[in-house]
Every structure is written in C-alpha cells, then in structure tokens.
Design a binder for this molecule. Structure first.
Ligand code: 4AD
Ligand code: MG
Length: 477
C-alpha cells in the first residue's frame, strides 16, 4: 500500500486501516518497540515488533538511525505515551546505520556537537522543529505579500554594485588564480575579473528592487545575501536570507506599518501552523532557562513572548528620543550605561538596543530618523539637515531585525549626498535614472530572515536556524 506520513497517521487516519510508514528509527526498546520518525512531525509513531517471530538477524539491524519501511494495521495503543501504534506485519530495513559509528543517539546532544554534525542534525527533534518553522515562516512571508499584490522580483546574486556602500563584499571571479592579471607591483587587477568586469556577491537586492518598484509599484525580493564581515557573533552570518519589500508612493510611516503587519502576520501564521513544534521549542527553552541563575531567567515562555508581540503595538520613537532615554538611564543607574553615551550622532551599540527593547519598553521598537552620518547614502534627508528617514526595528533578545528607510527620490539631493560620501555616480547611473525619469516618493526595508527565525524559535545562535550556516572558515557542508 501507499506510504502514509506519520503526521497524518497521528492526526486523522482511522484505526483499523492498514498503512505503510517509512522513516528513521529514533529508538528501539526491549527488542519490541520502535520509535519511528519521518520528519513530518516531532512525534514518533510506535511500531510494535513481534520479536519472537522475527529473524534475529533482522532485529539486529533495527538500530538508531536506520531507515525502515513498516506495514501493519493502525491500532489503538494500550501503552502509555501514545494513542496509536502499528504492530508490524512486514518490516524491511532500507538502510542500515552502524550503531558503533552513528553519531546521533537517543539522548540530548549539545548544540555545539550538533553544529559539528550539521549534516545529521536534521534528525533531532530540535532541528526538525526549527526547520519546519523556518519553512512555514518563508511561506507566510510570500503569502502575506502576495495577498497584497506584491510582485516577487528576482534580483541578481552577482552584481557590480555594493548597495550598502560598506565595502564588505565577497569578490567573484572566473579567473584561474595563477592567471589573474596583476599590475606592475603584483597586485590583483580586480577590474579584470568576471569576464573583464569587477563583480561581487550581492549584499542586498535593494537598489535593483527600487528599479522594479518604480514600475510595478510594490515588489519584494527574498533571496540569499552575502556579507564579508569577519564577525563571529550569534547574530551574524556571511550568507543570510533577506526579504526586501520596496514600495512606490510609501512614506516612512507606511513603511513601518507594513513591516509591523508583516512581522505579526508571519508569527501568527507559525503559531497556527506549527503549534506542536513551537510548544516543543518553548519547553526546550524553559528547560534551558532552568540551568541559569534565578535572576537571569526569562520571565516569559517562548509562546508568551510570541503572543505578547502580537498583542501589542510596536513602540515608535525617533533616534533623538532614544538617545534621551539612554542618557536618562545613565544618570539614574550611574555606572551601568555611562560608557554608552558618546552623545547625539553616535551609532547605537547592541547594549543600547537591548536596553531600549528589553528593559525600557519591554516590546519591539521602531527607531526612526537616525543621524545621516551613520546611515546609507540612499536614505531620504529630513528637513532638519541632520537626520534621514531611516527605520530600524529592534526585537527583544534579537536586536535589529529590520533595517529600512524612505528613499531619497530627489535627484539633486541624492547626487549631493553621493558626492559628499564619495560614491561614484557613474557606476550607479542606472540607479540615478529612476530619479531622472518619473521619480516618486518610495520606501522599503530589509528583514533578516534568520533573525526572524531566531526570534520565533527562541534559539540563541543564528547558526542553528539556517540549515547550512556560512561563517568565517565554515563552508564544508
Ligand atoms: O540593515 P541592513 O544592512 O539593510 C540593508 O541591507 C538594506 N539594503 C535593506 C533595505 O532597506 N532593503 O540589513 C537588513 C537586515 C538587518 O536588519 C538584519 O536583520 C539582517 O538584514 N542582517 C543580517 N543577518 C544575518 N547576518 C548578517 N551578517 C546580517 N546583516 C544584516
Ligand atoms: Mg542595518
């Protein structure tokens, strides 16, 4: 008979039906009870083996990690811990897993250990749950934006532009290293790579996205982006996925409204679709919290945190107001935040962001109107001459989850800013053309997808929420 997924078996298949299940053995107890998992849910189905009438050679091959196929009649279980089970009428081992060598055992492994075994960590409850939730969040992003009539625009991975102007790009070359053209002093001539043109992996699809928005009105990108920053933090990857909506005729407030609606929609979607997995991850986090000293423990469970985020408006304040709050806190609490106030104009450190979100407002914060010196050239200049219409969204436990802005649509102001910052106008002639022909107010933002998955799963390290994390010196699998 046809194979049935375990999730379907546990949630609706009537008992008395003969079914075939295929999956990987999670545990085998007393030569009799197999816990079988196929990734459709964290729950295992119990297979009951009639060991007295089974070939001992076959029994020996039922080990943790082995792939098996089982046929039998779905039956009400009398044992504890499960409602149904399958007494195996036929059992076939499809792929053995040598118990001496298979690294994943039916016990709790450390996340560090599993990171080193990232090729097999999918087979644990924790990572099964994380990657199902990640999948749901990706789908929900598309669903939300598609329902609003946004066009999914595929922007290039290989590009000649460095959208953020930060210079943290990975170079792309099709040259044989030994044959790379060099100048007189032996330096590589980067202008000659990519068939004679200097290119890099994209850091953001925004600039290309703006071209789309200036004709299709509302677009979004959703793809991998690359940053060559040598940062080894729990919040940074060298390759991460970003969602970048870009909307014509939007101002900064419209932009923030869309971002807040999007975040709430996808969180709600995951709560509805992956309730089991989020309950599991919530319990996992609660167990982890218990290891911490009392005063460092989080007061809220993961599920409560997600619900709280849905039930409350995000706080919206300007950078200048944030600086005032931080300054205030540094007066009150004496030493604690003294180091942080370098004065108006300085970029906020992650400690400052955490203070605002976790201690002061205790909810997501939309910070707007940053000093122009610490933000990108394309952000719209405000009338005060000092700030730009930027927007960062800060989340509890995460920090910056979204960065965005209203864009500078006035050609003269944009060119003037590029000159001030030394950004070559001739290289971005195509971008400036949008301001020459039918320019209009527009805005957009970038949502770091892994930071979203971090928040929703309650995990602590960004390397645990992407199947194959890329960070300095880690690219094997
Ligand atoms: O703030 P960023 O650099 O903004 C941009 O790239 C804009 N072009 C977006 C836009 O307006 N269309 O990055 C946006 C988000 C950050 O808020 C963060 O969530 C995430 O991308 N991000 C990273 N995530 C993981 N690892 C990194 N190294 C990241 N750098 C940024
Ligand atoms: Mg940013």
């Amino acid at each position: 008979s046809q194979r049935t997924k375990i999730k379907a078996l546990l949630t609706g298949t009537p008992t008395g039906t003969e079914v075939t299940v295929k999956g990987w053995v999670r545990a085998f107890r007393q030569n009799r009870f197999i816990a079988l998992n196929d990734g459709s849910t964290n729950n295992n189905i119990q297979i009951v083996v009639d060991f007295e009438n089974t070939d001992p050679a076959l029994l020996k091959r039922i080990t943790v990690g082995a792939a098996i196929s089982v046929t039998g009649v779905l039956t009400q279980s009398l044992g504890q811990g499960q409602t149904v089970e399958i007494p195996a009428s036929t059992l076939e081992v499809l792929g053995d897993a040598d118990p001496e060598k298979y690294p994943i055992q039916p016990k709790k492994h450390s996340l560090e250990f599993l990171r080193e075994n990232a090729h097999l960590r999918f087979r644990t409850n924790t990572f099964g749950a994380i990657f199902r939730v990640r999948n749901t969040l990706a789908f929900a992003v598309h669903q939300f934006l598609q329902e609003k009539g946004f066009v999914y625009l595929h922007t290039p991975i290989i590009t000649a532009s460095d959208a953020e102007g930060a210079g943290e790009t990975f170079h792309v070359t099709n040259f044989d290293f030994d044959k790379i053209p060099r100048n007189d002093v032996g330096e590589i001539d980067y202008k000659q790579d990519f068939f004679g043109r200097a290119t890099n992996l994209t850091v953001s699809g925004q600039l290309e996205g703006e071209l789309g928005a200036m004709a299709l009105s509302d677009i979004y990108t959703f793809g991998p982006t690359f940053r060559a920053e040598n940062s080894n933090t729990t919040r940074h990857l060298a390759e991460f996925w970003m969602i970048e909506p870009e909307m014509a005729f939007y101002d900064l407030k419209d932009n923030a409204d869309l971002a807040e609606d999007l975040l709430k929609y996808v969180i709600q979607y995951a709560l509805d679709k992956n309730k089991d997995d989020l309950e599991f991850l919530s319990q996992r986090l609660a167990d982890e919290e218990k290891q911490k000293p009392q005063n460092e423990r989080s007061e809220m469970s993961l599920l409560d945190k997600l619900q709280f985020c849905l039930d409350n408006d995000f706080e919206r304040i300007t950078y200048t107001e944030a600086i005032d709050i931080l300054r205030e806190s540094s007066h009150n609490k004496k030493k604690k935040f003294q180091y942080l106030i370098e004065g108006w104009g300085a970029d906020l450190q992650s400690e400052h962001e955490r203070y605002l979100v976790e201690k002061h407002f205790k909810k997501p914060v939309v910070l707007t109107d940053y000093p122009k010196e610490i933000k990108s050239f394309y952000m719209r200049q405000n009338d005060d001459g000092k700030t730009v219409a930027a927007m960062d969204i800060l989340f509890p436990g995460i920090g910056e989850i979204i960065g965005g802005s209203q864009r500078e649509e006035r050609l003269d102001r944009l060119e003037q800013r590029m000159d001030e910052l030394g950004i070559p106008k001739d290289e971005l002639w195509w971008y400036l053309d949008t301001r020459r022909f039918g320019t209009c107010p527009h805005a957009g933002f970038g949502l770091g997808f892994e930071r979203l998955v971090l928040f929703v799963t309650g995990m602590g390290n960004i390397r645990d929420v992407i199947p194959f994390p890329r960070f300095p010196k880690n690219a094997e699998f």
